[in-house]
Design a binder for this molecule. Sequence first.
Ligand code: NDP
Length: 329
Amino acid sequence: MYQAHSRRYDTMQYRRVGKSGIKLPSVSLGLWHNFGGVTLFENSREMVLGAFDLGITHFDLANNYGPPPGSAEENFGRILRNELSSYRDELIISTKSGYHMWEGPYGEWGSRKQLLASLDQSLRRMGLEYVDIFYHHRPDPDTPLEETMGALAHAVRSGKALYVGLSNYNAEQADRAIGILKDMGIHCLIHQPRYNMLDRRPEKGLYDVLEKHGVGAIPFSPLAQGVLTGRYLNGIPEDSRVAGSSVFLKRDERFDASVEKSRKLNDIAQRRGQSLAQMALAWLLRKPTTASVIIGASKLAQIQECAQAQNNLVFSKEELADIDAIALG
Ligand code: NDP
């Protein structure tokens, strides 16, 4: 029977999410890849429990994570039920809806019907009474924002979600959505953008909007799906994401160019006494608006390495300039 590590809260740093009462671990674990029905359950279990032993209290899911869609929530539910049920109050569990999940006109995007039906499905798959954070996964160009935000507000009022968040909204969309929620008496806790040293879109206004509203940021793919780690510095390992069947990371010119950049970034990381993965996370965590970063992993050892990123969050002006010159070059 699993017993959580007695010193799990000794080293992890917990950071306040915007102007809220909630703190998140500097590193959170996402279950997008390697937790679905096609992967070895024992490895997924080891990563979830090993992460919790490191003080990682936050697990990020979505209705469609798998493959097959829904299976990451089912597997996580199994781990919760079997080993983590007595720790529920120590966990922040998030899920999302908005990408395609089921057939017909209500299986994706941002209608009230889609969000609330999806949330009920997620709760059933995970065997939970409530999630801690419920996100709208992507903006919907065709549904009035008032309807989508109304569904998030309802999720909170009905007790099925403690907090709500947005994902993939740009600065202008986020500003409007957060304002609408505020008018409904609901504080948007957090925003989940794609952000890493190679993808700077959130710097074009989004972080300013979040800061203005006291909303925290939690970047996803902070390691550029593994490119900003030591994973590809000596070729392409057979068990890596790019060598697998993921449609989200493919071996192409862009990938090769990014690996070349990561080689140079790795030299800076070494001079800082960090691994490249640790520097990539520290670079995001140096900003107070970044509440946490959501990493993915295929092995527990990767999570253990990433959890050490918090040990050096200070960057000199020269280091930041060198990183920009390489990453944006
Ligand atoms: P990352 O950028 O952290 O990439 C994760 C991959 O990097 C791992 O699978 C592993 O690759 C590699 N890796 C991680 N740590 C190390 C290490 N220490 N050394 C070497 N390689 C390492 O994040 P993801 O792209 O996986 O996304 C993370 C999470 O963000 C998701 O699980 C999900 O929760 C969330 N997300 C949200 C989205 C949204 O639209 N809101 C979209 C995408 C993600 P390998 O598998 O090759 O070993």
